[in-house]
Design a protein. Structure first.
Length: 260
């Protein structure tokens, strides 16, 4: 879409890292809203995902964006990432508002976190769980008229380094969506796709390292002789490890996600 520009790229960047910050600080609820719907449930306390000690700052990658654009241009509701990438997809009906679609995609992906399986060992990867979107931080979400799909989040892996996203406006007739009888109200659908270079995923291993935010950022710059090549930047109020100068770190934006 012609309106996909640096402003939208920066929005995706701020939202991804804003969510990772919220996760690292232990502010992501993994309790379904329906569990607290009882009128007398004033004593209800939600459960939260554990804090992360080395949640890495994600950089925006133009090659990943190109790959995401090819996938989004297929106008399919089936997630089919190319070799070398994990994919998250969101389909937003009857709108040309790219910024709104990007925000709705991220919120939908983030709310999949209630499927997270927290154990005494931390947050472990299980290939058969429906938390893939949470693990990717971007997933396949359903639009209002679409059947429920198993989503695959790629958001929470602490070792991820970069990602890229694309937004394509598709005629709804070219998607696999199931629509209502009032078809004239569903003329177009925005396909939001984010691609993440694949990382190693080991069954039963932690999705991210649990601990005090910022404590283990030095693992990203540690050499074989246990010395570090540089001191990563990490503010305890943000909790995200950044490999670079303090000036660069101070210029970064983190979307606050008050909606979650």
């Amino acid at each position: 879409m012609p309106d996909f520009n640096d402003s939208i790229r920066l929005q995706f960047l701020a939202m991804h890292n804003g969510y990772r910050s919220k996760l690292a600080l232990g502010h992501i609820s993994i309790t379904e809203e329906s569990e607290s719907d009882d009128d007398d449930d004033f004593g209800f306390l939600p459960d939260f995902a554990p804090r992360a000690s080395k949640m890495r700052y994600l950089e925006y990658d133009c090659e990943a964006e190109k790959s995401a654009y090819v996938s989004a241009s297929n106008c399919s509701n089936i997630s089919s990432p190319p070799e070398g990438y994990d994919e998250n997809k969101y389909i937003f009906e009857n709108s040309n508002n790219i910024s709104e679609a990007a925000l709705k995609a991220m919120i939908s992906w983030a709310k999949d976190a209630f499927n997270l399986n927290k154990t005494g060992e931390g947050v472990l990867y299980r290939s058969n769980l429906t938390i893939s979107n949470f693990a990717n931080n971007c997933f396949v979400a359903q639009i209002q008229t679409m059947k429920q799909h198993r989503n695959v989040i790629k958001l929470a892996w602490d070792t991820r380094e970069k990602f890229g996203c694309a937004v394509v406006n598709c005629p709804l007739g070219e998607t696999d969506a199931i629509i209502t009888d009032d078809e004239e109200n569903y003329a177009t659908a925005i396909h939001v796709v984010c691609h993440y270079p694949k990382i190693n995923k080991t069954e039963g291993e932690p999705i991210y390292k649990v601990g005090t935010p910022c404590d283990d950022c030095s693992e990203y710059t540690k050499k074989a002789d246990n010395t570090t090549s540089a001191d990563p930047q990490c503010h305890p109020d943000i909790g995200v490890c950044f490999i670079g100068s303090k000036a660069d770190y101070d210029s970064k934006k983190f979307y606050p996600f008050r909606e979650l």
